[in-house]
Design a protein around this ligand. Structure first.
Ligand code: 4NP
Length: 146
């Protein structure tokens, strides 16, 4: 399974989502490829936001090898699942969907909760986002592997 995690900037939520999902999939013995990208282009080539990096690191997830990139047309064939953090990300992905696309677009959380954007928030908002990402990743792995 090849999974792309998508948010707006690819510096806060989706880098944390990538690290969380990769770690949990590996723990579950799943051979998943996990990547992340943003719908926007403001932060191309930048490492994750320091707050995202630190919050993730405190919980044992490493985002230090990540650099922001934008979603590209080939992603819709290179990945099986494209997982949006919120409804805005999902609708932008649907607008981009190329005619030959094969990927399924879903919200990251299989229960349909949106992961709020912590970029303009406080450190606590990054913890809330991580709590949601961990719960959602656990739920996804349980559902896709039973
Ligand atoms: P992310 O957070 O989508 O979780 O990476 C954001 C990062 C940057 C901006 C918005 C959201 N921005 O507007 O620059």
């Amino acid at each position: 399974m090849r999974i792309l995690c998508v948010c707006l900037g690819n510096i806060c939520r989706s880098p944390m989502a990538e690290a969380v999902l990769r770690a949990k999939a590996a723990q579950a013995g799943l051979n998943w490829t996990v990547d992340s990208a943003g719908t926007g282009a403001w932060h191309l080539g930048k490492p994750p936001d320091t707050r995202a990096y630190e919050a993730a690191r405190k919980r044992g997830y490493d985002t230090s090898d990540q650099l922001a990139r934008q979603v590209k047309p080939q992603d819709f064939t290179a990945f099986d699942l494209i997982l949006a953090m919120d409804a805005r990300n999902r609708s932008e992905l649907e607008d981009m969907y190329p005619p030959n696309a094969t990927a399924q677009i879903r919200l990251f959380d299989p229960d349909g909760q949106e992961v709020p954007d912590p970029y303009f928030g406080e450190r606590g908002d990054f913890e809330i986002a991580l709590d949601m990402l961990e719960n959602a990743a656990n739920a996804m792995i349980n559902r896709l592997t039973v």
